[in-house]
Design a protein around this ligand. Structure first.
Ligand SMILES: [Cu+2]
Length: 297
């Protein structure tokens, strides 16, 4: 207490000071408390920017309303029983606040539609991305903006089921027509950086919701329907894991339905796919041997 100037040494002032210091200290913890998480993909960054613009406008309007309200309360306060002037039919005022509110909405709509392009439409993969010819790319372009204009992206199937996410990767060098031979993984999705990853999202039982906050918006996984979304992780994020969670209450085990996206270099991705394919092949061989043994008994 002795380091605090005498003028501030009342309990209320010390409390206020402590509160201000407490707000300043956990800067990083507060970084995304009021705004969407971002940093993992351009679409997440655009969502964050759009949110901040709308939030700033809303805060300005809130401040304006409160200042006018407090000013009026103090300036025009009256004694008990006094009746303030009854104003109605002020045409100029009424047109003013109608047009003002409409203008705010028009500005919001224009800003949103301008930024929606970066949020919805997938960009091309970068120069440091994985060689799509090498790792396999499904044939045929789906009718979705989640694929870049060239149609070339790493297309991964995401399947929601009670209570785990399953990912099916393209089969290197083969068309994507034999899903049971494709490399797959559960819970953790491994993706190369600087590569546009297009997700084909489905569900096999109930509605789930795919959501990795740092990689963009939510996308519902609906039985009998395919949804698409995309992300592109910057090259310097290799080695980072982005964490998410099924965002739609899907049953008793919903809380355990977590999702990780691990960003790796293109070389590491190719090695991962090769390893998975070798594991699937040896498992299939083992199963075939057992089947043969049972049939011959
Ligand atoms: Cu779920």
């Amino acid at each position: 207490v002795t380091i605090i100037p005498a003028a501030l040494r009342t309990p209320a002032r010390i409390l206020l000071l402590a509160l201000l210091v407490a707000l300043l200290v956990p800067g990083t913890a507060l970084a995304d408390l009021f705004t969407p998480e971002n940093g993992g993909s351009d679409n997440a960054d655009s969502i964050d920017t759009l949110y901040k613009i709308v939030f700033a406008m809303a805060m300005l309007i809130l401040a304006g309303v409160w200042i006018a309200l407090l000013y009026s309360m103090i300036k025009f306060r009256a004694r008990r029983g006094a009746v303030p002037a009854q104003i109605r039919g002020n045409t100029r005022l009424e047109i003013g606040w109608t047009v003002g509110a409409a203008l705010v909405l028009v500005v919001l709509a224009v800003v949103t539609f301008v930024m929606l392009d970066d949020i919805r439409n997938a960009p091309e993969s970068g120069a440091n991305g994985v060689d799509l010819q090498q790792v396999g790319q499904p044939t045929g372009t789906p009718d979705t903006e989640s694929v870049p204009p060239s149609g070339r992206s790493l297309r991964i199937q995401v399947n929601g089921q009670q209570y785990v996410w399953r990912y099916t990767y393209p089969d290197a060098g083969k068309p994507d027509d034999q899903p049971f031979n494709n490399p797959f993984s559960y819970e953790e999705l491994v993706v190369p950086v600087d590569t546009t990853v297009t997700l084909e999202i489905k569900a096999q039982d109930v509605v789930h919701s795919w959501w990795i906050p740092e990689l963009g918006g939510k996308m519902d996984a609906v039985p009998g329907h395919t949804n698409w979304t995309w992300f592109k992780i910057p090259a310097d994020k290799a080695g980072k894991t982005f964490r998410g969670q099924c965002a739609e209450l899907c049953g008793r085990g919903h809380a355990n339905m977590i999702a990780h996206v691990r960003a790796v270099t293109p070389d590491e991705y190719e090695a991962f796919i090769e390893r998975r394919q070798a594991e699937i092949e040896s498992s299939n061989d083992e199963a075939a041997k057992q089947r043969e043994r049972i049939e011959n008994e």
